[in-house]
Design a protein around this ligand. Structure first.
Ligand code: FPP
Length: 239
């Protein structure tokens, strides 16, 4: 149930059902302050509470966050280690309040390669919130879209019959979720970086300059407003 009317924030009533955020710029945020990169990731993590709360209060169906890509393993061990500790801290610290708010947590990606303690924190979060009916919060961890499609293809091949588009979409980590309507990337770059490529087939893309730790709730609302200005045709003519 929405607790905030979009109109009260200057938005039209039609919100995106599914928003994705590519949370980029944590490292640069830290560097500009003379801080180690993990401090940027921590500052980014601190932004999540507001963004999740606002999405939930507005009644957005699903929010997908790109937290760790399959390519992020190429980073220095110290940074990877710091990220693993942040993921654990986040899911342990925020779980009760997310649960109380009816948020349903799902991870997208292959978790088995993560340290056991991280896997345990993620699985606990998914198990505890699995039946919740509020915001569907998806966290992409060790995620890459091409790898996801390969995994889906192998699942489908094993069935040994022709595959429909719906079969393919249902074999992805995001099975059952609506397609992405809006993908926001912070940090000034304009690319999708292997994030939910099939799910974003018709998504509106909004690129913002702010580094993720500077991406305030107000900037998020600006992105929703930008989305509402777009003319979505899905390949058809102007309606
Ligand atoms: C990209 O910025 C960001 C990441 C690889 C990590 C994102 C992680 C968080 C926001 C922390 C917590 C997340 C959860 C779900 C608890 P970058 O390091 O590539 O930034 P740069 O381009 O400035 O170097």
């Amino acid at each position: 149930m929405a607790k905030i009317l979009p109109q009260s924030l200057g938005l039209a009533p039609e919100l995106p059902a599914h928003v994705g955020i590519i949370m980029d710029g944590n490292g640069r945020w830290a560097k500009e302050r003379g801080l180690p990169r993990p401090m940027g990731h921590r500052a980014g993590m601190e932004r999540l509470r507001g963004l999740i709360r606002l999405s939930s209060d507005l009644g957005i169906t699903a929010l997908s966050l790109y937290a760790f890509s399959t390519e992020n393993w190429k980073r220095p061990a110290g940074e990877i280690d710091a990220l693993m500790r942040l993921f654990m801290e986040y899911f342990r610290r925020e779980l009760d309040s997310l649960h109380e708010n009816g948020v349903c947590i799902r991870t997208l990606g292959e978790k088995s390669v993560f340290p056991a303690a991280v896997q345990e924190a993620l699985e606990t979060a998914e198990r505890k919130t699995g039946a919740n009916r509020g915001l569907k919060l998806n966290v992409a961890l060790n995620y890459g879209s091409r790898g996801e499609v390969v995994r889906a293809a192998n699942l489908l091949v094993a069935r040994g019959k022709p595959v429909s588009e719906a079969d393919l979409m249902n074999a992805l980590y995001t099975a059952g979720l609506p397609d992405l309507d809006l993908v926001i990337r912070t940090g000034g770059e304009q690319r999708l970086s292997n994030f939910l490529l099939l799910q974003a087939a018709y998504a509106e893309l909004v690129f913002v300059q702010d580094y993720f730790p500077d991406f305030t709730d107000e900037r998020y609302v600006d992105c929703l407003r930008e989305y509402q200005r777009r003319n979505r045709r899905f390949g058809a003519l102007q309606g």
